[in-house]
Design a protein around this ligand. Structure first.
Ligand code: FE
Length: 344
């Protein structure tokens, strides 16, 4: 469709996360969803690359007999899950969300977010290569391992409708379908399904084992918590812009999905870490996942379902610590001064 010539400028009030005026999509101004711009700036300030992290200690440790078979298996299992999850996330951003989101500032962040998912996949590839793991074993785990497969299929079920060529927002049903995809993608895939694997990796870090890989995952977790915040902000803004979508039935369905996902996640933890690891046992994982699930529900204004304490309080520190790390500050400085380099 050709763009009509006009001196009328877009009205900020016509901006919507979905179903905004067509002519708005191309220009960033005037910005309404400033949370998206803030997320974009935060993402840039947090920029990192896998190859910046030293892997020598991990390589030596992996070759040595100092890691038990259970530890090796737990590490590979968590890594296997991450590889699938980040690729599914990237596809959902590019093939489902980007097309239907009509806020240019949100699209701007989605571009950054998509790149970050690629960096995460790069990190897994880099870990596989550094440690000399069998890439086929790690990347194909979602086809070979039931617990991985169930989680991937749970997510993919909600992609189907929104990925279809003839899917359009603009009706009550399709808008709810889109919002459901967003809830499953943000609250469940990015907000729940990563977390028992994160816990396992930080278990290694707390033992001072595989610290390079753990550091990679720490940066990934920080990116992911930003992705999650952005998703929550979009959900809450759609609720304000189209309150009719967030009806009683939708809320009940969302709670049901989060409870189902929490169950899938702790079943995954029980199946892949049957003997527990680093003092984290099946009950601990279950309670941790329930605690996380309640946080995701509260973030979008839904009632907590489990009301349990966080059994792994050091997990919140794993996110906070990374913000203060010297390593990271060094990188930030480098990127920020990058533009003033003398190219001669
Ligand atoms: Fe993500």
């Amino acid at each position: 469709m050709p763009i009509n010539m006009t001196k009328d400028r877009p009205n900020v009030n016509s901006r919507r996360i979905i179903n905004g005026a067509d002519s708005d999509v191309v220009q960033l101004h005037p910005m309404k969803h400033t949370f998206a711009w803030d997320a974009y700036l935060a993402g840039n300030a947090n920029h990192w690359l896998p190859t910046e992290i030293a892997m020598q200690d991990d390589i030596e440790l992996w070759k040595s007999p100092r890691l038990s078979e259970d530890e090796r298996l737990a590490f590979k299992t968590a890594l296997g899950f991450f590889t699938t999850a980040d690729s599914i996330a990237a596809n959902n951003i590019v093939l489902a969300l980007y097309e239907h989101i009509t806020s240019p500032e949100c699209r701007m962040y989605l571009l950054r977010q998509g790149f970050e998912e690629a960096i995460h996949t790069h990190a897994y590839q880099y870990i596989v290569e550094s440690l000399g793991l069998d890439g086929g074993e790690i990347f194909n785990m979602y086809r070979e391992n039931t617990a991985h497969n169930s989680k991937a299929n749970f997510i993919l079920t909600f992609n189907e409708g929104v990925f279809a060529d003839d899917f359009h927002t603009g009706t009550f049903e399709s808008d709810q379908k889109f919002l459901e995809n967003l809830c499953v993608f943000s609250l469940i895939l990015e907000g729940i399904f990563f977390y028992s694997s994160f816990a396992v990796i930080f278990g290694f870090q707390r033992q001072n084992k595989l610290v390079g890989s753990a550091e990679q995952i720490q940066y990934i977790m920080r990116d992911e918590s930003q992705h999650l915040n952005f998703g929550i902000n979009m959900i809450n803004t759609i609720k304000e812009e189209q309150p009719e979508l967030w009806d009683d039935a939708f809320q009940k369905r969302t709670i049901k999905l989060v409870k189902e996902a929490a169950k899938l996640e702790y079943e995954y933890a029980r199946e892949v870490f049957p003997k527990g690891i680093f003092g984290m046992n099946a009950d601990g994982f279950k309670q941790y996942i329930e605690y996380i699930a309640d946080r995701r529900l509260s973030a979008v204004g839904l009632p907590k379902q489990f009301k349990v304490k966080n059994p792994f309080p050091w997990m919140s520190e794993a996110v906070d610590i990374s913000k203060e790390k010297n390593f990271f500050e060094t990188r930030v400085t480098e990127y920020q001064t990058g533009g003033t380099l003398d190219w001669n």
